[in-house]
Design a protein around this ligand. Structure first.
Ligand code: SAM
Length: 270
């Protein structure tokens, strides 16, 4: 079967790397593990030997059929043929109420899946993800570094993120152009923004990073209409920033998560 570029199919062929990923997860005999994009099963076999149950979600019909045959005798294995950008992660692992996720994700949909995993944090407690190295650098970037962006603030708000190890292109077939990094994302049990806070916080962070070279003040002045209306209600971006003790001349990447949350609280007062 030929690898499909459109589905980001770079299959892991290095057993040592597969073992390290599964060890990082350390599946337990009493849990359900969700694997996104099992492909040719490089991780799946190891997972199914150790986890209580494995739910594997694969979009490619041919690969899904092959996996179904291969694991047909395993009562602890469930294959779902579906799109990880649409499927409800909590629903597919039922009756389990919680799950941990492992995935070597196609690069083009990695951040979208990551956002979906955060949205599914009611049931997803931890994820071990293999992503493009540059993407992981952005996920774990602290304030005042060039990689800091919307996704870094989002991940920091909901997860404890830890880059585990790098993986060379030669570990895959076909060989990709880029290095990968395996990252652990553990959902925070406490202190993450609730739904109410999130409705203002994320549009605000997104607007703040709209044009990286501009100051936070200039970006907020040109925020989308809904947000701008809220900002005008607290006398405009300049006043809101000063009230939140943030120098309007700073750039978005210098703001800490605490700064963003203080600013959102300030704007949300009205
Ligand atoms: N886990 C395997 C491995 O490590 O060798 C395969 C990794 S490959 C980078 C990505 C896998 O995700 C492929 O099997 C591909 O078919 C699957 N995939 C791509 N898009 C998907 C989607 N939207 N939903 C579910 N699976 C998807």
């Amino acid at each position: 079967m030929r690898a499909k570029k459109s589905l980001g199919q770079n299959f892991l062929v290095d057993d040592g790397v597969a073992e390290r990923i599964v060890r990082a997860l350390a599946p337990r005999a009493d849990e359900t593990v969700l694997e996104i994009g099992p492909g040719r099963g490089a991780l799946t076999t190891r997972l199914s030997e150790r986890a209580g149950r494995v739910v594997a979600l694969e979009l490619d019909r041919e690969l899904a059929a092959a996996l179904r045959v291969r694991f047909s005798t395993s009562a602890r294995f469930t294959l779902i043929e579906g799109d990880a950008l649409e499927v409800d992660f909590c629903a597919v692992v039922a009756p389990a109420l919680q799950t941990r996720v492992v995935a070597n994700l196609p690069y083009n949909i990695a951040t979208a899946i990551l956002q979906r995993l955060i949205t599914a944090r009611g049931c997803v407690t931890e994820s071990i993800l293999m992503l493009q190295r540059e993407v992981v650098a952005r996920l774990v970037a602290p304030p005042s570094t060039p990689e800091r962006g919307f996704i870094s603030v989002l991940v920091e708000a909901y997860c404890e993120a830890e880059a585990l190890f790098d993986v060379a292109p030669a570990a895959f077939k076909p060989v990709p152009k880029v290095w990968s990094t395996v990252v652990r994302l553990r959902m925070r049990e406490q202190g993450a923004p609730d739904a109410r806070e999130a409705t203002l916080l994320w549009p605000l962070v997104s607007a703040g990073f709209a044009q990286r070279r501009k100051t936070i003040f200039n970006n907020l002045r040109h925020a989308p209409a809904d947000l701008l209306q809220r900002i005008e209600q607290v006398n405009g971006a300049h006043a809101a920033l000063l009230a939140a003790e943030i120098d309007p001349q700073r750039r978005a990447e210098t703001l800490t998560l605490t700064d963003w949350r203080r600013l959102a609280r300030m704007i949300g007062q009205m």
